[in-house]
Structure formats: structure tokens, C-alpha cells
Write a new protein. Structure first.
Ligand SMILES: Cc1cc2nc3c(=O)[nH]c(=O)nc-3n(C[C@H](O)[C@H](O)[C@H](O)COP(=O)(O)OP(=O)(O)OC[C@H]3O[C@@H](n4cnc5c(N)ncnc54)[C@H](O)[C@@H]3O)c2cc1C
Length: 306
């Protein structure tokens, strides 16, 4: 007979791994399905995490490894597969993947989020040839070179600060005349001697034959266009939820986030949403991990009372 899990967790970022830890400690039969060969989600692409209590300045990859090792030590079962659908049957939820189907009494959607693209000419063609979405992953390739970072939030400013340590010159291209990033980050940014902010400007195209050679930028106030010579472009203009697969299964908001409160309960019985994928105020490691714990508590309540 096919094994039926108490809960199937989709995604092994901080939300999924925290859920796995709580599920194992609650003695639930649980399976974690992760499409990547490495657990950790967005955290593995983070050079330094400096806001998680007790682990100041930890490297993202090390943190993700610790989270995964904790789940492994408790006996969590993982499978590498990409989820493409969930079929809801009376008491079962059938999770469809490229490696077969898995049956759970409940499912926790912890598939997180991904980088938003600029959608300009050259972005796709030069991806991996100077266009990057992860300064911490690719910054070292641009040692002593000139790069541009696009965006004005925390991630863009963090990226610019990080790259300023490695690169000769960093342009920060932002569409407004002030940054959205936290003030402490802005102070650090403006203290960097080799960062120049190009205000009120948008990128029209990323140019180059085989590698990035320049970006064409328009100032939206005076409509002046200029070509800025750069060796790389780091795009940090926000994230999108990985909820496409689940949009016909659970309710999502206008941005695609799965509608769920702190209890992680969705509008579909037995389906829960945790971490960056759900509607929430703050998308961070600590809130994702908290969601994992809350989702398992809701799963337990569901299994008792359903
Ligand atoms: C560059 C960067 C820097 C950051 N810095 C910080 C920081 O300093 N401090 C902080 O607190 N937060 C930081 N964050 C935010 C933090 O990483 C996220 O809030 C957190 O990782 C969200 O966790 P999650 O588990 O919800 O989702 P994710 O981390 O996105 O993990 C989701 C997982 O689900 C998997 N998945 C997706 N779809 C499927 C599918 N169909 N089938 C199977 N698996 C699937 C993905 O492969 C991924 O492993 C940063 C984010 C980025 C991008």
C-alpha cells in the first residue's frame, strides 16, 4: 500500500526546514519535497545574514547547512523533485512531481519566492554573462571591475555595499530620488568611497556582444539617456512568490501570494502556506522559520479535529 504522510512539505528553505523540525519533534510522518539539490532556499544565495538572533554575521550557506543538518538529525525524509500539482481527494492530498506522486493527509506550501526580472533587452541574452541576480554568488567574478546594481531596497543596497568591497566602482541605479532601504544600510552605502548613485533613472537595455559592456539608462525627470560602461549588472528589484503551481488550488492575492494568516491556514482544508509564499508584512528568515512552526501546529490541530 502506498505510504500516506501526515504532512508533505513543499520547499526546504527556512520555512520548510523549520516545519520539518517541528513535525519530526511532534512525531508526525513527514516528507519534504525540494526541487534543488541543496536545501536552504534563498538563504544559500546570501553572503552574510546579520539579523538572525544568536548567529550574528553568519554566511547564508552555513546557516542553510545548519538548518538542514538539524532536520536530518531528527530523521526528516527528503526527496529531490519538482512539484507540479496537488490533487485534493476526500481525505488525501496527492502531490504530483516529476519523480512521481506522494500522498499526504496535509500539505504545507513552503515554496518561497524568486527574483523579479527587469524585462529589458539584453537581460535574458546576457544572463550569466554579466547579468546576475545574486551579488553574493557572483560578486567575486567582478573583482576590480565596474558593475551596476539596479534597485533601491534593502537587497539592492546590501548588494552595492558588498560589491563595493570587491569591485573598483559600483553604480547604484534607482528610479526614485531616495532609497527605500533601511537607514543603517544607507549610511553604510554612502560611506563607501567607490559607489555612485544614479538617481531618478531606469535601465532601458543591457548591452554587449558576448558579455555585458554597458547599460543604457534614462533619467525619468529630464528624459536624458546615457550609456554607462559596466562589466556586470546586478538586478535587485524585488521578489515574486513561487505560487504559480498552486494558484488554482488555494486563494492568492493580486500579487500571487497565498492568502493565509499567522496560523498559515489557507482557504483549502488540509493545505497550509508558510514563509515568503504567503501574505505577510515581513519576508525574512526569522518570519519564515516562525511560519514553519505555526504551520505544523495548525497541521496538528487539523489532524486532531478534521
Ligand atoms: C539576496 C538575499 C538576501 C537576503 N538576506 C536576508 C537576511 O540577511 N536576513 C533575512 O532574514 N532574510 C534575508 N533574505 C530573505 C530570506 O532569504 C527569505 O525571507 C527566506 O529565505 C524565505 O524562506 P522560505 O522558506 O519561505 O522560502 P525560500 O527560501 O524561497 O525557499 C523555498 C524553497 O522551495 C523550493 N521550491 C520552490 N518551488 C518548488 C516546487 N515547485 N517544488 C519543489 N520545491 C520548490 C525552492 O527551491 C526553495 O528551496 C534574503 C533574500 C535574498 C534573495
Amino acid at each position: 500500500m502506498e505510504k500516506k504522510f501526515d504532512t508533505i512539505i513543499i520547499g526546504s528553505g527556512p520555512a520548510g526546514l523549520a516545519a520539518a523540525i517541528y513535525a519530526e519533534r511532534a512525531k508526525l510522518e513527514c516528507l519534504i519535497i525540494e526541487k534543488n539539490y541543496v536545501s536552504g532556499g534563498q538563504v544559500i544565495n546570501t553572503y552574510e545574514v546579520d539579523n538572525y538572533p544568536g548567529l550574528p554575521g553568519i554566511n547564508g550557506f552555513d546557516m542553510a547547512t545548519k538548518f538542514r543538518e538539524h532536520a536530518d538529525a531528527l530523521g526528516a525524509e527528503f526527496v529531490t523533485a519538482e512539484v507540479s500539482d496537488i490533487i485534493i481527494e476526500e481525505t488525501d492530498r496527492k502531490v504530483v512531481t516529476d519523480q512521481g506522486e506522494f500522498i499526504g493527509k496535509t500539505v504545507i506550501l513552503a515554496a518561497g519566492a524568486r527574483h523579479r526580472k527587469l524585462g529589458v533587452p539584453g537581460e535574458e541574452e546576457l544572463a550569466g554573462m554579466g547579468v546576475s541576480y545574486c551579488a553574493t554568488c557572483d560578486g567575486a567574478f567582478f573583482k576590480n571591475k565596474t558593475v551596476a546594481v539596479v534597485g533601491g531596497g534593502d537587497v539592492a543596497v546590501e548588494d552595492a555595499i558588498f560589491l563595493a568591497r570587491v569591485c573598483e566602482k559600483v553604480f547604484l541605479i534607482h528610479r526614485r530620488d531616495e532609497l527605500r532601504a533601511a537607514k543603517i544600510l544607507q549610511e553604510k552605502l554612502f560611506a563607501c568611497g567607490n559607489v555612485e548613485v544614479i538617481w531618478d533613472s531606469v535601465v532601458n537595455s543591457i548591452n554587449g556582444e558576448e558579455n555585458v559592456e554597458s547599460v543604457t539608462v534614462t533619467n525619468i525627470k529630464n528624459e536624458k539617456e546615457e550609456k554607462v560602461a559596466v562589466d556586470g549588472v546586478f538586478i535587485a528589484v524585488g521578489i515574486l512568490p513561487n505560487s504559480e503551481v498552486f494558484q488554482n488550488i488555494v486563494e492568492t492575492d493580486e500579487h500571487g501570494y497565498i492568502v493565509a494568516n499567522e496560523d498559515c491556514v489557507t482557504n483549502k482544508k488540509g493545505i497550509f502556506a508558510a514563509g515568503d509564499i504567503r501574505t505577510k508584512m515581513l519576508r525574512q528568515i526569522i518570519t519564515a522559520a516562525a511560519d514553519g512552526a505555526n504551520a505544523v501546529t495548525s497541521v496538528q490541530n487539523y489532524l486532531i479535529y478534521a
